[in-house]
Each structure stands twice: as C-alpha cells, then as structure tokens.
Design a protein around this ligand. Sequence first.
Ligand code: ZN
Length: 283
Amino acid sequence: MDLNVYHKLIYREISARKYFTKKCRKNGRRFCPRCDHRKLYKLSSGKHRCSRCKYSFHDFSGRWINHGRLSCVQWLSLIKLFELELSVRKMAEQMKLAYNTVYQAVQTIRCSILAHASDASDLMDGEIELDECYFGGRRKGNRGRGAAGKVPVFGILERNGKVLVTVVPNVMAETLIGLTVKTVRRGSIVYTDKFRSYDSLMFCGYRHLKIDHGKRFTSGKVYINGLEGFWSWAKERLIKHHGVSKKNFPLYLKELEFRYNHRHTDIFEIVSDYLCDLVPKRD
Ligand SMILES: [Zn+2]
C-alpha cells in the first residue's frame, strides 16, 4: 500500500473502519454473514438484522477481524508491522500494547491465511518439483526413520509459479503420491530426487524425472533447486521465532508459504482482505 494512503487511513478511526467495512461487502452491498441474504433492517443499536434468518450482526460479525480487541487503526498498524516481519515483542513495543494482545492478533492473521490456503483448489501444472523436508528437533536424522521429534513437510513447487507445503504424518509413498495426485494435473513433468517413495509417480499419469543427489545436483532441467531454495529460506525465517510448538507449526508454515508466494507483491491489501473474510463454519 502507498505510504501516503496508509498515513491518511491510520489518522482517524473512522477512515480505518471504512477501509475494512468496504471489504466486508459484496458488490458494495452488505449481506447476512449467516445466510447471504441481502434484505436487511437497520436496528437502533446500529446493528443490522437479516429479514430471512433474523440474525442481528454488525459489520465485522463472524469475520476474522472481529477476533481480539484491536481498533481498526490498530489493525492497520499491525498489518503494516506484520508485512515488515517484525517479531511480536517488537510489534507490542511499537504499538504500546500487551504482548498477548498482539500475539493473539498475529495468530488471527495466520489463521486467516491458513483458511484461505485450504480454499485454493486450482491444480498445479507444467514443470513441478517435489521434495520433503524435516523441521524442528535438534539432531540431524535420516530420512524417514531416525527423524524422531522432527516434523515432516511435503513441498510441491510449480516452476515460475507457486509453492504448496503441507505437514504430513510420514513420507511414505501413499502419503506423498496421494497429495501429488490431488494437487498436480496429470500429464505434468514432475522432478524429484531418488527417494523411493516417488517411484510410482510414472504410473499416476506424470512424466517423472529423477536427479541423483549422490552424483550431482542438477542435470539440465532436472533439478529441485526451487524447493531446496524454499526450505532454506523458510528455515532461516523460522529461527527468529525461537522455536515453534508442533501445534502451531502448520500456522507458521502456511504464513511462510503465503509470504513466498507473494514475495513480489504488496501483501498489505491481501492480508486486509483475508482478515475481512468470514471465518469458515465448522461442520
Ligand atoms: Zn440471514
């Protein structure tokens, strides 16, 4: 976001609020967050009531931005500091807020990113790199066995496109190939190393090319340097969080995936949009 626009927005709560409420509408119109209906009544309290399901709501009801106790001006500052990758401690200092308040708000941003990531349904195609990596733990472990305490992550990268990273229970063929089949269009060229879990890819409709890391790291276009670049980029960024719990790790991982996929774009506007999304209902 342009710095001048940002400064104008954070100057007054009313302009900050307008910026977010606009994002909560569909084609400029308010709608019921429960049933999507557009015929609403304004209540004397300032809330709106749906004429169909009778739900009473305000502009941010049911949305991520409604979590926590931040004003709209504070949300704008928080998004700016999140964009700049400041630690929660530094954000709290700058915003003069309690550490826990800021931590909860940043976790809300991460949850909105995670919810958005699981919505994406476009299949990847073209030239694809696959690889797995272990995060956490102190000791170096072997692939598969011996990696106790570490979290296995599977990565799928579309060359000149996006990366998708998922925490997996194990690195067995059915896990890795199952995810590939759900994510990558048949007929794509798939590059991996010689790990045997990838052996049956050729039977799943892909052109499978393998690089032998024991011999050399690239052979023409046969390489997985894109994903290896992502792993080291991600690990370097995780260091600043001084250890992430296993429970929270998927949230941090999706944040990294999001940052990587938007590394050439301004994420301010995107994060603001995500925060104004409705929180998915649990079935
Ligand atoms: Zn309704």
